[in-house]
Design a binder for this molecule. Sequence first.
Ligand code: GAR
Length: 218
Amino acid sequence: MARLKVGVLISGRGSNLQALIDACAAPDFPAEIALVLSNRADAGGLTRAQEAGIATAVVPHRDFGERPLFDAAIGKVLKEAGIELVCLAGFMRVLGDAFVESWRDRLINIHPSLLPAFPGLHTHERALEAGVRFTGCTVHYVRTAVDDGPIIIQAAVPVLPGDDADLLAERVLTAEHRAYPLALRLIAEGRIKVVGNRALVEGSYAAPAIGLNPPDGP
Ligand code: GAR
């Protein structure tokens, strides 16, 4: 069966990109990364892509006066590469409505919180401040509102005594690296159906049992 051609958009170190690269390396994985695109020439993830033999492109947002022009430039590169699904993986530019609509249900994002809690930036600081017992990550289809759209996969991690934002970010990131490849696999297998604001998953996958948060100590 033909593998789904994926384009990954990054702005930084690309650890989620790496998780997707590693998943796609399995011969039976139903997707392949055909292009990694960054808005920053110094994004560490570009090196990861090159090491994996994946084509890269840099479209610097500063080269474009207005967002629609930047979006159009990205869209052109993705189309020319034959991309069928776009994965945002630490891509730190907001994409405009026209771009989002033209990739409707073919554009997904990973966000480091359990949406709809903590959209936007500084998610871990805000989770600690709010005193939540669990946080996590969300893989979702992108809609025109920021960090909104049908949720495909969420992974929860506990907030532990002594956590600071860095420790929490690290724990959430480990969950991200499991959730994103799973979401990509489900989409590539054609097992996600978007109904209204829900992304319904057909069939089964191994999901761990729910957990209670641990106590806080003495
Ligand atoms: C990840 O934690 C991702 O969820 C987050 O940026 C980090 C990128 O790390 N994305 C957002 O905050 C999007 N608004 P990575 O470059 O190592 O994958």
